[in-house]
Ligand binder design. Structure first.
Ligand SMILES: [Zn+2]
Length: 510
């Protein structure tokens, strides 16, 4: 049981601490440490835990009805709502001193049910915790709150695309936005600009990393939550490469390079980010200092992540410079977004650091064209580039519903595949197993280019045509041919082969 004197002392000290500018949580932690053996200290420690879960201070106190009466909690709540909790606490202390306010007559046991459930904030906290918990247990990669004209839809990333799960009214959605911003340390008052943040939570003893993205739309702020498990143990190499020769080439590339720039390139949605992450994980064996810079999707143990924050001057360029000064072995730059960043990456790679980055490109020669477009001087590319790893994904035919078709030379010509022999091919039909798409799974095709003397000479000349020719001689079996063989073997449809080849043959704007 708490004595009226103790309650008064606590209220007054706490109010004064708040008034002198000590943050709420820090004040409570200091007070809890004053007399660690006392019951109030024990309660305060629990209050701090609840605060960190997102409850308001008054709701936290309400969970201890044996110590804080309803009247006491109501006064605290009034102080909170007026934004003057410090004054309110001193007033409360005065009321304790003159006997108008008394402590509860029970023990310091926590009773969460004592918090009224109609409190909108509590409801939102519980709702959001449940959404996160479910997303984790269902292994969802993404959850989106999509504002529409007069309500907000909760969409979750399911196998077949986004799936509508729940609908919120605008009022509770406002609370959800505030709560998400609070959890991810974003600016609650900012509603007109996009914001990016992160939430690290523990769900059933597993660390979950949630990337938060807020985009203002005409109907309100749209929230996307991207889930990842930073320390997930899996065998990504085996999943990435079905072909042993390609896997070995990749491992050799990653482990033999001590410095230089490796570009992971591919068209949109080709899985280059995954490959970049796997390469980083391969290097992350404890023997190297690795910096990762940019929008951080997950922060695995062992990697020093720098989240760029242009608002406070931590641009990508400044982050790279800061990383370079720490003399790391590896720097991972998530995007070559502009000239300055590209130049900084090449400088670092010429300085003996291994730099990994990614770039959207439709073929390997486009990678070099883009580097020239980014105004990286040819001599920097010449000295800095260690390798280009290009990749694309080809959809595999569903084995449950594929059928053989006979294609004539005319058919193939119409598909833009006139170099393929007329004859038997496989086509997609669509069944339940592949959700009527006709395809199940995808096969990745990689091309690793390690510049030879010819390519380097072409680079220093800055001649795109010569680069294309030099690339062809390094490439060996061209990707076009490999995809043709893949279709001829019946693994994919001629239509898919045609789609992929049209991507490969697109000319990059120069
Ligand atoms: Zn099927």
């Amino acid at each position: 049981m708490l004595s009226p004197r103790d309650l008064e002392k606590f209220s007054r000290k706490f109010g004064k601490m708040l008034g002198s500018g000590i943050p709420l949580v820090a004040s409570l932690e200091l007070l809890a440490r004053e007399d660690p053996e006392s019951e109030i200290s024990r309660v305060l420690e629990q209050v701090v835990c609840k605060l960190k879960e997102g409850y308001t201070f008054s709701s936290c106190l309400a969970m201890f009805p044996g110590m804080f009466t309803e009247v006491y909690v109501a006064m605290v709540k009034a102080g909170e709502q007026q934004g003057r909790l410090d004054y309110a606490m001193v007033e409360i202390a005065d009321s304790c001193a003159d006997g108008t306010l008394e402590p509860g007559t029970g023990s310091g046991e926590v009773d969460e049910t004592a918090v009224s459930t109609d409190d909108g904030n509590i409801k939102v906290i519980k709702q959001l915790n449940l959404i996160i918990k479910e997303a984790v247990s269902e292994n969802l990669s993404r959850v989106v709150f999509k504002p529409e004209r007069d309500h907000v839809k909760l969409l979750v990333a399911a196998k077949k695309g986004l799936q509508h799960r729940e609908t919120f009214d605008n009022d509770s959605y406002d609370r959800i936005i505030a709560r998400v911003k609070l959890m991810s340390a974003l600016d609650i008052a900012e509603r007109k600009l996009p914001q990016d943040g992160r939430i690290l939570v523990k769900v059933e003893s597993e660390m979950i990393d949630i990337r938060v993205q807020l985009v203002p739309t005409v109907f309100g702020e749209q929230i996307a939550l991207f889930f990842s498990r930073p320390d997930e143990k899996e065998h990504p190499l085996e999943r990435l490469f079905t072909d042993n020769a390609q896997k070995e080439m990749f491992e050799r590339l990653i482990h033999s390079q001590k410095s230089g720039l490796i570009v992971f390139a591919g068209p949109h949605g080709s899985g280059k980010t995954t490959t970049l992450n796997v390469a980083t994980a391969q290097l992350n064996d404890g023997s190297r200092i690795i910096f990762e810079i940019g929008r951080i999707y997950k922060s695995p143990a062992g990697i020093s992540c720098i989240q760029t924050q242009p608002k406070i001057g931590m641009t990508t360029v400044n982050s790279i410079r800061a990383a370079v000064r720490a003399e790391p072995e590896v720097i991972v730059v998530n995007d070559l977004i502009d000239e300055e960043v590209a130049l900084e990456c090449f400088k670092a790679s010429n300085d003996g650091i291994l730099v990994l980055t990614q770039m959207g490109a439709r073929n390997t020669s486009e990678v070099f064209k883009q580097l020239f477009n980014l105004k990286v001087p040819p001599f920097q590319i010449y000295g800095g580039i260690a390798a280009v790893m290009f990749q694309l994904l080809v959809r595999k035919l569903c084995p449950h519903c594929r059928k053989e078709v006979e294609l004539t030379a005319d058919d193939l010509f119409r598909l833009g595949l006139s170099d393929m022999k007329p004859g038997k091919y496989s086509e997609s039909c669509g069944c339940e197993k592949c959700e009527n798409s006709g395809y199940l799974g995808r096969e990745a095709f990689y091309e690793i280019i390690i510049p030879d003397k010819n390519l380097k000479e072409a680079i220093i000349k800055g001649d795109n045509n010569e680069i294309s020719l030099a690339l062809e001689s390094i490439q060996g079996t061209r990707l076009e041919t490999r995809i043709r063989n893949y279709a001829e073997a019946g693994n994919t449809s001629p239509r898919e082969a045609a789609r992929i080849r049209s991507i490969l043959s697109l000319q990059a704007p120069v």
